[in-house]
Design a binder for this molecule. Structure first.
Ligand code: NAD
Length: 483
């Protein structure tokens, strides 16, 4: 089997060299094709941080093992790490956090074992980076949560939990506030849960989840979350087991997967051969498991656990009274421990069963359609207008534009209703959401909305607008606080 390897920037080449040396010493049956990605590729003028040849190679091999990469500072340049994950639809980000003996934490010292797998949605949410300044004072970020995207990652999480023989799978969310976006994710979770009756499925509000993770981490098993919440929660979990130096990451897709460490390029220690390669090695072990190279994965993981238990450490962790080793010496120590069993959590060694690569040359982009909703009607529109006038003055002007088709229903500012009722203590910014609905309750069409748009634009700059849809008797939009 051949995989693509991108060494990365900063400490990337050093830790990648250490990991590939361990693979080679263990006779891992893989060939590597090194691809050009990272800061120097940006610097050469490739705006997405990879050469077209690199993209072609990764798309034809389906597997990328990558070191950390630097995102050049400045606007207009997107992170190559995020671009890679999104372009190739690696919809599930799996991060495994487990107690490593030899890596002291408050929990290991207290004898509280941790084995948590966080599955984070990897494409959607605010990570779409779809942002606009509506006025000089007001920035808007669009948060896309989709049903097909949520189903894809949640299905992966359940299947992985089943294979791992997990006892519990939890959905972290904020559906009490974001009823439509997080609510959709949560609905998908319970829909998929029905297919896995053997797993205990529950949900937990993300702030409560954070509190419980730091007080009772041993009660969690698999946790699945949307992108941003998953990003934060997984770094929190990294802290529970010793920090980012011990946090591996798998970005799994249907066709292409990317395995990498969670940490960055560590420019402060780059080029010194002192970086800790554990996170990248754990990512590599997870990649070997993914490829069916279970024997190599288990032997290397047992050697790593044995090495950590015996107190060998790089400068960033471990017993400070014992001298640290450098990156190369750390890799050599692991190689010297092949075949040894750690005292804690030894991994069972199963013979390799390499998966047969299936041809997956795609001819066109996959459209992930979900269930059709019948009886869909437009019943109104939210107009986001720029104004620094008082709510009553805006209402008076807007009512003039409502015409025979619309009625002005309410006005809100930053999601809080300020007209027809509200409080003078609500501070305002210069973008209002003016909600118009159908006057007689009859469905509207897009021409009606455009007519209102044109009329309203005589008085206001319209910064943005959203249709209000009804699906049967269900509102497909939120109401303002206080409405
Ligand atoms: P960082 O993770 O690179 O470093 C944070 C701290 O942790 C530093 O003190 C560093 O020395 C230490 N550290 C990190 N990895 C280590 C290791 N393996 N061994 C020992 N110490 C380690 O985070 P940062 O400084 O915020 O980011 C630096 C660059 O990395 C930025 O350009 C950022 O965009 C990029 N980055 C890339 C990825 C990725 O490729 N997936 C992830 C995060 C950050």
């Amino acid at each position: 089997m051949k995989i693509a390897v991108a060494k990365g920037d900063g400490i990337g080449p050093e830790i990648m060299e250490a990991v590939l040396k361990i693979f080679e010493a263990n006779k891992v049956p893989l060939e590597y094709e090194v691809v050009d990605m990272g800061k120097w590729v940006f610097d050469k003028g490739f705006s997405n941080g990879m050469t077209p040849e690199a993209q072609q190679t990764i798309e034809s091999l389906g597997m990328l093992f990558k070191g950390p990469m630097e995102t050049p500072k400045g606007k207009g340049v997107k992170s190559v790490n995020v671009t890679a994950r999104k372009t190739w639809n690696t919809f599930a980000n799996k991060r495994v956090f487990q107690t490593l003996h030899g890596v002291d934490t408050v929990f290991s010292k207290a004898g509280i074992p941790i084995d948590i797998t966080v599955v984070r949605e990897n494409i959607e949410d605010t990570y779409g980076g779809i942002e606009h300044m509506l006025t000089h004072d007001v920035a808007l970020s669009r948060r896309f949560i989709t049903r097909p995207g949520s189903m894809q990652v949640i299905r992966y999480a359940f299947e992985m939990a089943k294979q791992k023989k997990a006892k519990r799978i939890s959905c972290g969310h904020k559906a009490n506030i974001m009823k439509l976006t997080d609510g959709l994710f949560l609905d998908c979770f319970y829909e998929v849960a029905k297919e896995y009756p053997e797993l205990k499925a529950d949900d937990i509000i993300v702030d409560d989840l954070c509190m419980k993770l730091v007080t009772r981490p041993d009660t969690f098993d698999v946790v699945v979350l949307t992108n941003l919440q998953g990003d934060i929660v997984s770094d929190l979990c990294a802290g529970l087991v010793g920090g980012l130096g011990f946090a591996p990451s798998a970005n799994v897709g249907d066709h292409i997967s990317i395995f990498e460490a969670v940490h960055g390029t560590a420019p402060d220690i780059a080029g010194k051969n002192i970086a800790n390669p554990t996170a990248l090695l754990l990512s590599g072990i997870s990649m070997l498991q993914h490829l069916g190279l279970t024997e190599n994965a288990a032997i290397i993981e047992n050697a790593l656990l044995y090495t950590l238990e015996s107190g060998v450490h790089t400068g960033d962790f471990g017993d400070k009274s014992k001298a640290s080793v450098n990156t190369t010496e750390f890799a050599n120590a692991i190689i010297g421990n092949f075949g040894k069993q750690p005292a804690h959590n030894p991994k069972p060694v199963f013979p390799n069963q390499p998966g047969t690569p299936t041809p997956f040359k795609l001819k066109e982009n996959a459209m992930m359609e979900s269930k059709e909703v019948g009886n869909e009607n437009i019943v109104g529109v939210d107009m986001f207008i720029e104004s620094n006038e008082q709510p009553l003055a805006i209402a008076t002007k807007c009512q003039r534009h409502a015409g025979v088709k619309f009625k002005l229903v309410n006005i809100s500012n930053r999601g809080t209703q300020v007209w027809p009722t509200g409080s003078v203590y609500t501070n305002l910014v210069n973008v209002y959401n003016v909600r118009f609905e159908s006057l007689d309750g009859e469905p509207l069409n897009q021409q009606d909305i455009l007519g209102l748009y044109v009329s309203l634009s005589g008085n206001f700059k319209i910064a943005s607008s959203e249709l209000l849809n009804m699906w049967g008797d269900k509102k497909a939009y939120s109401v303002a606080a206080g409405q």
